[in-house]
Design a protein around this ligand. Structure first.
Ligand code: IVH
Length: 678
């Protein structure tokens, strides 16, 4: 369509732009969404369609520009009309007091000075130029004199107004502020990048810088960036606010985000209070800050104070403890978790970071070591943000010594010396001595005694802790050797509870095979898998001797499960524990299995429908499976037979339509008894 738009179309486009700008402002600046996302999307698409039909309707402030066009940005140089200065730093309370004294000396000022305290956001400074309220140009700080044109990328940031709000919009104004990536967005981005095997960002600041420096604005558009304004400059000096605070209010009214933690205080001691309050809050803020900026509030006093070299005399930044430092990896140790997971931990040359001395950092798993390419002897970036455990985030390859050593997974568990296995397709390596390994002891006992396993009533976490810590029990076999006299001496264990616990343990001496198999806590062997394996092999001996291939002939057992089962039974320590269980009088019950040639329904697929009066559906299913049939949920032409109980519905109808044989309950129980199932 190339016709001219009608007046009503022009008005509709204007209305859509205004509505979308309002919704966007409410969502991204005020954090108070007023319409559901679906409504926003609908209006957005409507505007996109109008602009496609009538390209003349496309304006510089159209919200559709936020998605970032196909064109690449050139980052042309931009000279700042007013240089973008840097800030001096104060590293202690006394250095801040010195700053305040210099301010008052220079002003010959006896009273306390009024300051604005602002969180120092850890991102990148940007300068935005608006003409008649429309965003015309955005630039980075660069060297302070000349930056780069990043207008197209800045437009994609939802909290940057494309058009200033409110009635009193100046003809020309420059707004400055910080572009940053909130913590949550940073974590999400790094997760996505590392899942794709790509390089991750060291911190939110680098992530923000990398995202803003994208050649393709459409890539920047997908990055979770925000912008917070912290100053303004007008060309028309007559209109200047008399205080910095007032300037911030104006900026806010034009539709910018300003930082809600900003405060106005009088005197340096109040500044120090603000510093310490903000430092306390630091970890709870949704974005990273690296300090606090103090600015003299009066513009007149700012003018009197002026600048020295490249920093104003009227402002200073008091820094918070750094969250990243460089240190050296002196070694890598392997820890065993309670489920057997092996975690490599870097031993670091102690370094003060994030407010504490750090000498260890988790390396997660071998894939992470490979991704970072970290070696012993490397100099690395260590990051500790908030209460999060310290992380190695980057290796400084250029500082790698010739003697740097590649990290390899040890062949056996550092705690129990069982084999360490890493199943193909899994990032985590594990100790396979689950029944024996001291690191996994409590977890193994807890699982063994749990309700779905051997259901030993009364043996909860609290008792397991006590029994293991007092060295009364070290493997599940020891449970059966406990005597009442071992227990009655324990705190809060009365005569009666001791009796009950001994009785509960005693009643778990003859478990059915599948429960016992499940109770062993072999990785990936849940209840259903344990049942299928138990009924297929019949005895624990057969299972323990089965090859990976024959394990995989059991429905739902794939290579990973088969691998875990094999390595479990290959560990001498696990077998010793099984032997000890036997010696302690535990007898797991074999399941009746028919050899393959005696599985009369082998290769058949049966379907159950309706309710049976003499057995549950699960029992019927187990019987059919024991005769070799597979039990499916729906009827198809391939179904061998349908068992139809009371009030069978559509499945029965379908079976009749497809000429699939149907048995009623009587016929079914007759069939079972023919094969010796009562
Ligand atoms: S004022 C003349 N205010 O800190 C004053 N800067 O080292 C110049 N920054 O490049 C900056 N939050 O990226 C100011 N509330 C804030 C700030 C802030 C972060 C950054 C900014 C600047 C650097 C100065």
């Amino acid at each position: 369509m190339t016709d001219q738009p009608t007046t009503s179309t022009v008005h509709r486009a204007e209305e859509l732009r205004r509505l979308l700008a309002d919704y966007n402002y409410q969502y991204y600046v005020l954090d108070e969404p007023t319409v559901p996302d679906s409504e926003y999307d609908r209006l957005f698409r409507e505007l996109q369609q109008l602009e496609n039909d009538y390209p003349d309707l496309r304006t510089a402030d159209s919200p559709t520009r936020r998605v970032g066009g196909a064109a690449e940005t050139s980052f042309a140089p931009v000279t700042h009309r007013i240089p973008m200065l840097s800030l001096d730093n104060a590293f202690s309370d006394d250095e801040l007091r010195d700053f305040d004294r210099r301010v008052r000396d220079r002003l010959v000022y006896e009273q306390d000075v009024e300051y604005v305290c602002e969180p120092k956001l850890d991102g990148l400074a940007v300068s935005l130029h608006y003409e008649n309220g429309i965003l015309e140009r955005a630039a980075t700080r660069g060297d302070g004199q000349t930056g780069e044109d990043i207008t197209e990328n800045i437009r994609t940031i939802p909290s940057v107004p494309l058009r200033l709000r409110g009635k009193s919009v100046p003809e020309r104004v420059e707004v400055r502020g910080e572009v940053y990536m909130p913590k949550a967005g940073f974590e999400r981005l790094n997760k996505t990048l590392s899942a794709k095997g790509e390089k991750t960002f060291v911190n939110p600041r680098n992530a923000a810088a990398g995202s803003l420096r994208q050649k393709k604005p459409s890539v920047t558009a997908k990055r979770p960036l925000e912008m917070c304004a912290y100053s303004m400059a007008l060309e028309d000096e007559a209109d200047l606010p008399s205080t910095h605070w007032e300037g911030l209010q104006r900026v806010k009214n034009w539709g910018f985000r300003t930082n809600p933690e900003m405060r106005r205080v009088t005197g340096v001691e109040a500044c120090l209070d603000a510093y310490h309050d903000l430092l306390e809050k630091r970890n709870d803020l949704p974005y990273e800050i690296d300090g606090i900026v103090f600015k003299v509030n009066s513009m007149e006093l700012q003018e009197t104070l002026g600048f020295v070299s490249r920093a104003p005399r009227w402002a200073i930044a008091q820094k918070f403890p750094a969250q990243e430092e460089l240190t050296v990896v002196e070694g890598v140790e392997f820890q065993v978790g309670r489920t057997g997971a092996i975690t490599p931990v870097a031993r670091l040359k102690p370094v003060f970071v994030g407010g504490v001395t750090v000498s260890n950092a988790t390396l997660h798993n071998m894939d992470e070591i490979a991704r970072l390419d970290v070696r012993i002897g490397d100099t690395v970036f260590v990051r500790r943000a908030g209460d999060v455990i310290p992380q190695v985030v980057k290796v400084l390859i250029e500082r790698r010594p010739d003697t740097a050593e590649v990290v390899t997974l040890p062949p056996d568990c550092p705690v129990c010396h069982s084999d360490i296995v890493q199943i193909d397709g899994e990032a985590v390596a594990r100790c396979s001595g689950g029944l024996f390994c001291p690191a996994q002891r409590k977890e193994a006992i807890r699982h063994y005694a749990s309700r779905k396993a051997l259901d030993i009533e009364g043996l909860g976490d609290k008792w397991i802790d006590i029994l293991v810590d007092r060295e009364l029990v070290s493997t599940v076999a020891d449970l059966y050797l406990l005597k009442k006299s071992d227990l009655t001496g324990l705190e809060r264990m009365g005569d009666k509870s001791a009796d009950n616990l001994i009785k509960a343990i005693d009643s778990a001496r003859k478990p059915v095979l599948w429960k016992f198999l499940y109770a062993l806590g072999i990785r990936e062997v849940g209840e259903a898998t344990a049942k299928a394996i138990a009924s297929h092999f019949g005895t624990l001996e057969a299972i323990s001797e089965a090859s990976e291939e024959s394990l995989q002939s059991v429905p739902d057992v794939g290579p990973i499960v088969a691998g875990h089962i094999r390595s479990f039974f290959e560990q001498p320590h696990n077998n010793e524990t099984l032997e000890a269980l036997k010696n302690a009088g535990v007898e797991w019950q074999s399941e009746d299995v028919l050899p393959a040639q005696e599985q009369p329904l082998k290769g058949e697929t049966w379907v159950l429908t309706g309710s049976l009066s003499t057995m549950t559906r699960d029992q019927a299913k187990a019987h059919l499976e024991s005769l070799g049939a597979k039990v499916a949920g729906s009827v198809s032409a391939k179904t061998s037979c349908v068992v139809a109980g009371e009030s069978a519905g559509s499945k029965l109808a379908k079976a009749e339509k497809l000429n699939v044989p149907v048995l009623d309950e009587q016929e079914f129980t007759d069939l079972l008894s023919e094969h010796g199932i009562a």
